[in-house]
Structures are given as C-alpha cells and as structure tokens.
Ligand binder design. Structure first.
Ligand code: SF4
Length: 456
C-alpha cells in the first residue's frame, strides 16, 4: 500500500508521530511521500525521509503560504531539492477558495516553482481549488508536461482530469471518494485509466468515511484503496500493484516486479499471455511500445510452451476462469490453446478465449469445431461498425475482406461455443450503438464495450 500524499511533518503528529508511522507499517503501508507545504514543513519532511527508508519527501510552498516567500526561501528549497530523497516539488498550486494569499502572488509563485521543478528535473505535486482555468493555463504555458506530476486530492470533473492526463499528470484521490454524497467524484475515479490513478490520505485531513471526524493517518489509505478497487471493479491487490507501478514510473522509487509474465491474475481470473504476435496493428495498441498491462509486464522474452503454461496455472479451480488474452492474438498458437484448454477442462476449470476473430484466416481452416468442449466463452473484438473503419483502426495483415471474415467467425462460433461476446474498444471514432446493433441483431450475440488497457 502506498500513500502518495501525507503531512506527517505537521504539528498534529508531534505527540505520536512514531506510533503513527508504526501503525502505517503494521497496516502494510510500504511507501509514503511526505509533502512539504512551507519551508519548515519541507525540512521536517526531509528529516523524516532520512530517518525512514520507506518515507520520501517533497519540498515546496503551498498557495496559502506563498505570500511569505522571499529569495532566501527559494535558496533553502533548492538545497532541499538537491537531496535524492526529495522526489518532487510540492505542494504548489492555486487556492482561490480560502484566498489566504493574493491571486497574483499565488500565480507568480506557482510559475516560479514549476520552473524550479524543471531546473531540478522533478515532478510537481499540484493543489488546485476553485482555480481550474488559471491552473490549467499556467500548467500549459509553463509546459509542465515536461516534468509531469500529480493532481493531488482531485476534485474536478472528467474533462479537467482528461486535460491534466494529456499533460502527463496522474490523478490522485483521497478520503472524499468514500463519502456517501460523493457519487460525482466516484464517477470521475471510474473514468480515469488505472495507469493514471494514484491514491493518498492527505493526512491529517480528509479522513475516509470509516474514520471520519478523526485525525487522518497513512494507515487509513487502505480505505481509499478499497473504495478505488470497488469503483474500478478490481481487487485490492490489483489496485495496489498498479499504483506501485505508477509511483515507480513517476518518481523512480519503490519496487516493481519487472519479470515478464506468462500468467497474470486480475480479480479472480487467471490470464494467459501466450504470444506477443498479432495479425492486427490497432493504432491504439501499445503492444510494441509499452509492456505494462494492469501493472504486469507482458513483454515475452520467448513464447511459452504448453507445459510451462500448465505448470504456472496449477489448479484452475482456484480461479473463476482461465483466459487466453495477453498482448497478442492467441489463435496464432492454436495447438497451445487446445493443449492447455484440454488440461484445464480435465481439471475442472473454465476457459475463455479473447481473440481478434482471425483464427480461421490464420489457420486456413474452420478452427471452431476443434474448440468445442474446450472453450466455454469466446470474446471477439470487432472494433468497428464497417470494413472501411475496421481497416483504418486495426490495419489487419489480411487486408480488405477481414472485417467480413471476423463476422463469419462470430456466426460460426455460435454453433460450437456456449457463450459468444462481441467487444469494441472505446475509441472515439467507433459508433458504439451501431456495433451493438450488429452484435445483437445481425450476429445474435452479446455485446460489451471495453476500455483500452482495461483487461478483464
Ligand atoms: S488485436 Fe489486440 S493485440 Fe492485436 S493489435 Fe489490436 S489491440 Fe493489439
């Protein structure tokens, strides 16, 4: 568990700081970023970071405090930023809600601190309250995407989150996502791709619902993580793994498991990554550039044998289903699908095959009778409402007749496979309604929209 934004340096923890840190460790919190809000706090944050391996610090001046800033303040902040345990500039930003510093000073010092982040090549941790337009303008004008960072304790809408993500920012949520009246905010959490999501406590403030009214502390980050998992339809373990990777990618800290995966678990399904080859080249597919999916490295060093896969699966009854998926088209290795599925079925497991529907073109025969009794569910990406669009999006190696061949594959699948589902990825040019109609009315199968990079 990682708390990406705590204020253990604040006086609220003076009486029992060590105990609070012990409780965090006992609650499986393995990394904390302690965020400075003024010079004194930034110094204390770094002292804590020096005392505890798993605590890192940031240094910066909060918009409430910027009216006190002098050139000497920056001299000191620069000294702190030279320390390797200071991983970011923050928290900085604009707060027009409380209005403790005049707006023009807030803007000026926000800009100055973004420039400091560029000088020290560190990301920024941004606080923004009732200041959306000015904040976005400054981030854009100052080219903050060069350093990236975190929109901390995000309270904006989906559109604002999108703009920030396009500038390379991660969106971080705190206790408010657990509050009963926070449906709007939970909708925003749902819309954030998991590889851009972070969680935090912002302690001592904003205690989650379970401990609302109490002083917040890093041990309670679990409540935020559990809520994020519930909203995303993932397990707590999934959320933790992806956040660990996100923190590693942004700050270069923490451990991630970089070993390439043949099998990987999401929720209680086990996914099989049997090839990285594909007969499509969908423009949105990061297969060749980005090996990570849901916090797992899916770049295969070599394609696994059936024996390797069966060994890794172990007892398939431990999982809701075993899914051929991964970063490539499984039917390129039909013999492996057949051998592994046979074994899984013998052991009482359930099989789903996620495919681009090219199996008959690839294998130059109707493969569906061979899958009868081996595959319980087949999920075929159709990805467009007509052939022209399909070719533009997917760039299939089989050229012009592929879309019609995929539809034929789906019709044929209905004869042999118990459950057939058509999927699309939520890219803007695809007409979801038309695809749904094709799936349900023309092909007579179920329909599901998927978000790209959301496996499962
Ligand atoms: S079909 Fe899947 S694996 Fe193949 S290119 Fe498209 S998104 Fe990537």
């Amino acid at each position: 568990m990682i708390d990406t934004h705590a204020h253990l340096e604040m006086t609220q923890f003076d009486g029992d700081r060590e105990d609070v840190i012990k409780r965090a460790v006992n609650s499986d919190v393995s990394l904390i970023i302690d965020v400075g809000s003024d010079l004194k706090g930034s110094r204390t944050a770094l002292e804590l970071a020096h005392r505890y391996d798993f605590i890192y610090a940031s240094a910066g001046i909060h918009p409430h405090e910027v009216k006190e800033v002098t050139p000497d303040t920056y001299k000191e902040i620069k000294k702190l930023l030279s320390d390797p345990k200071v991983v970011a500039v923050g928290e900085i930003g604009l707060d027009y809600y409380k209005d403790y510093s005049p707006y023009d000073i807030q803007k000026r010092e926000f800009i100055n601190q973004i420039r400091l982040a560029r000088e020290f090549k560190k990301p920024v941790i941004v606080h923004s309250r009732d200041s959306r337009d000015d904040m976005l303008k400054i981030l854009k004008d100052e080219n903050a995407s060069e350093m990236g960072g975190i929109m901390h304790c995000f309270s904006g809408d989906e559109e604002m989150a999108k703009i920030c993500m396009n500038m390379g920012f991660y969106i971080s949520f705190a206790g408010p996502i657990t509050y009963p009246n926070a449906d709007r905010l939970r909708k925003v959490v749902k819309s954030i791709p998991i590889n851009r999501l972070l969680i935090e406590t912002d302690c001592p403030y904003l205690a989650p619902q379970q401990v609302r009214g109490k002083r917040n502390e890093p041990a309670y980050v679990r409540h935020v993580a559990e809520k994020a998992a519930e909203i995303k339809g993932l397990s707590l373990e999934d959320v933790e793994r992806v956040i660990r990777l996100n923190v590693h990618n942004l700050f270069g800290i923490g451990d991630v498991n970089e070993i390439s995966r043949i099998t990987y678990k999401i929720r209680n399904s086990l996914y099989l990554n049997i090839t990285n080859r594909c007969t499509n080249q969908c423009y949105f597919c990061a297969r060749t550039t980005e090996p990570w999916v849901q916090g797992y490295n899916l770049r295969l060093e070599k394609e696994p044998s059936a024996e390797d896969i069966i060994k890794e699966i172990g007892d398939p009854k431990r999982y809701d289903e075993v899914v051929f998926c991964g970063y490539g088209e499984p039917t390129l290795r039909l013999n492996i699908i057949e051998e592994v599925s046979k074994k899984v079925k013998e052991m009482g497991g359930k099989i789903r095959l996620n495919t681009n529907g090219h199996g008959n073109l690839i294998n130059k025969r109707n493969i569906l009778p061979e899958l009868k009794g081996l595959v319980d569910t087949i999920s075929v990406s159709i990805n467009a409402e007509d052939s022209e669009k399909y070719n533009k999006i997917c760039h299939p190696v089989f050229k012009n007749s592929t879309y019609e061949a995929v539809k034929e594959f789906i019709k044929e699948a209905k004869k042999y496979i118990h459950e057939v589902v058509v999927t699309i990825v939520d890219v803007p040019e695809v007409d979801e309604e038309k695809c749904k109609e094709i799936a349900e009315k023309e092909l007579g199968v179920k329909f599901r929209e998927r978000r790209y990079n959301v496996v499962g």
